[in-house]
Design a protein around this ligand. Structure first.
Ligand code: ZN
Length: 236
């Protein structure tokens, strides 16, 4: 194969790697944002679980306060009952005792229910906490990896860009201009092969004149996809 074609292929190899690196680099911010969003979901779930526990603890505290107040009141009424003289007053006091006892019993039932709910909420909170810590570790690790990858890509892009500029010097100006337009289009490869009489880029058959020219070891182009073509087995 002609030196000029080998030089062009060497340039293409570097440029295609650059294209791949640039594509990867562009996808990094979205990947990073996705990781952060994933963590945010877990963080919100934990805050919600914490809130439920706090609310139940407050509810229990308030119920216990109310119960204590009712019990104190019951104690007062009982003491008072010993000093009552009139039957009607006595009945009123007895009624007040019954009502208060019922209220205390209701409050105690509500407290038990709330405690039951608190126990469940605490189990849920523990799970949310574990999930939060595990996801936090994973996300942190993956974000650091992405940031490191970004640095690695940038370094390789710099190195490959220098290499590309050096290799461009070896390619004839008219070929280079054509090649650069094809490369910039971002579709397929700029330089393809003649493969069984067809273009390797678009698979369309090539006319005999083009095939003959390629057989001589010259660079040709595909009329269909306009890519540059070479015959990998020329008659030299
Ligand atoms: Zn083609």
């Amino acid at each position: 194969m002609k030196r000029s074609i080998l030089d062009l292929l060497a340039l293409q190899e570097v440029d295609l790697r650059l294209r791949e690196l640039e594509k990867r680099y562009k996808s990094l911010p979205a990947e990073r944002a996705e990781l952060v969003a994933e963590f945010e979901v877990v963080r919100t779930a934990l805050a919600k679980a914490e809130n439920i526990v706090k609310k139940l603890e407050l509810q229990i505290k308030s119920l216990e306060g109310e119960t204590a107040a009712k019990k104190a009141h019951l104690q007062e009424v009982r003491v008072q009952s010993g000093t009552v003289k009139k039957v009607s007053d006595y009945n009123n006091v007895m009624n007040e005792i019954a009502v208060t006892e019922k209220a205390i019993s209701d409050l105690e039932e509500q407290t038990l229910l709330a405690m039951d709910n608190l126990e469940k909420a605490n189990i849920h909170l523990e799970k949310a906490n574990r999930h939060y810590r595990a996801t936090g570790r994973t996300v942190k690790k993956e974000v650091l990896e992405l940031d490191a990858l970004k640095e690695t890509i940038l370094k390789e892009v710099t190195a490959k860009s220098i290499e590309s500029k050096q290799l461009e010097k070896k390619v004839a100006q008219s070929t280079l201009e054509n090649y650069k337009i094809l490369l910039a289009s971002g579709k397929g490869v700029p330089v393809g092969k003649v493969q069984g009489g067809s273009c390797s880029n678009c698979s369309l058959g090539l006319p005999p004149m083009t095939l003959n020219e390629a057989k001589k070891g010259n660079l040709v182009h595909c009329d269909n996809c306009s890519c540059l073509l070479y015959d990998p087995e020329p008659n030299e």
